[in-house]
Design a protein around this ligand. Structure first.
Ligand code: SAM
Ligand code: DTB
Ligand code: SF4
Length: 338
């Protein structure tokens, strides 16, 4: 067998599905995160080639459809109302459906296949704003793009309505370990998050769930985050790995910059634990050199946020990203036939 030739994704066969583990122990993951770097990368690379031999990178564009004034107190987040006086972030009400769809069209023309829409809400409220979001989802799907939203907590019923509108995936992160979580967020619990994720899953919508490094957590906390993610059965279809963007005015503004190789390690461990998932190199990418990004791809990242802006902070230049993917010998994931 030629290992360089694309093989069918083993994850799609029943046999391999059973072999995917959901019972990783914390010490095993700590061992991975602390392994000699090249051993870790070798292992992640072997998994990656087995499951993603096509060398494709998914381009997901992101738009903040409702910015700021969020009642939650997530210490990393510039959109929390708790820090608004210090961050000076201007709040915006929910964008119009047509505005959002014109941004989605631009993203599609630039090569993105997924369009992700984020709202700074604690939770979804039934009513005209939710109806507008459902129209946005339908509109993005009509453009033949994947649609993802992140709207805070959702009920089963709301997740069902999103599914009916054609939503591809719902993003709701665990952010960190259950043990470190209360240091970062006090206004909603880890259990609340798990419940939302379960509601999304039960509606038949794909789960996009990951976390952040660089908030002062220990290696053990990182391992516990990954362990929680890998315990989901099935694994989240996409796993965003964010490096903290320390925004001035937030309580985490003075956190030390994430060491790029720490991000490489986190990506590699996520790849080993969740072989079939998209591992998305997410916030914090603009602080990486081209070489550090390539190391992340080598370690198993196969998705990025694409477009000059994340939600409120800057992202990498789109043309630079396309050039980087080409130089690394990778390929942009084309739109799905469906
Ligand atoms: N309000 C919704 C929620 O919390 O689920 C959706 C938007 S929220 C901004 C989505 C995710 O972005 C957070 O869970 C967090 O992981 C990530 N994020 C937010 N601010 C960040 C920052 N400054 N650096 C890195 N990641 C960040
Ligand atoms: C995720 O894990 N990262 C994205 C997306 N999901 C919604 C958000 C990153 C936000 C970074 C800070 C900002 O731009 O406001
Ligand atoms: Fe609100 Fe989401 Fe930011 Fe937390 S991460 S403050 S819930 S927008």
């Amino acid at each position: 067998m030629n290992p360089f030739k694309a093989q069918p994704r083993e994850a799609e066969t029943g046999r391999e599905r059973r072999a995917t583990r959901h019972d990783w122990q914390t010490f095993e993951i700590v061992d991975l995160l602390e392994a000699p770097l090249f051993d870790l990368i070798d292992e992640a690379r072997a998994v990656h080639r087995r499951y993603h031999a096509d060398g494709q990178v998914q381009l997901a564009s992101l738009l903040s459809i409702k910015t700021g004034a969020c009642p939650e107190d997530c210490k990393y987040c510039p959109q929390s109302a708790h820090y608004a006086k210090k961050t000076g972030l201007e709040r915006e009400s929910l964008l119009d459906v047509e505005d959002v769809l014109s941004k989605a069209r631009i993203a599609k023309d630039a090569g993105a296949t997924r369009f992700c829409m984020g709202a700074a809400w604690r939770q979804v409220k039934d009513g005209p704003e939710f109806e507008k979001v459902l129209d946005m989802v339908r509109g993005v799907r009509d453009l033949e793009m994947e649609a993802c939203v992140t709207l805070g907590m959702v009920t089963k019923d709301q997740a069902g309505r999103l599914a009916e509108a054609g939503l591809t995936a719902y993003n709701h992160n665990l952010d960190t370990s259950p043990e470190f979580y209360n240091e970062i967020i006090t206004t909603r619990t880890y259990e609340d998050r798990l419940e939302t994720i379960a509601n999304v899953r039960s509606a038949g919508v794909q789960v996009c769930c990951g976390g952040i490094i660089g908030m002062g957590e220990s290696i053990e906390d990182r391992a516990r985050l990954l362990q929680e993610l890998a315990t989901f059965d099935p694994h989240p279809e996409s796993v965003p790995i964010n490096a903290l963007v320390p925004v001035a005015g937030t309580p985490l503004e003075s956190q030390a910059k994430v060491e790029p190789l720490e991000l490489v390690r986190m990506v590699a461990a996520a790849r080993i634990l969740m072989p079939a998932s998209f591992v998305r190199l997410s916030a914090g990418r603009s602080a990486l050199t081209r070489e550090a990004q390539i190391l992340c791809f080598l370690a198993g990242a196969n998705s990025i946020f694409y477009g000059d802006k994340l939600l409120t902070t800057e992202n990498n230049d789109a043309a630079d990203d396309r050039a980087l993917i080409e130089e690394a010998g990778l390929r942009i994931k084309p739109a799905c036939a469906s």
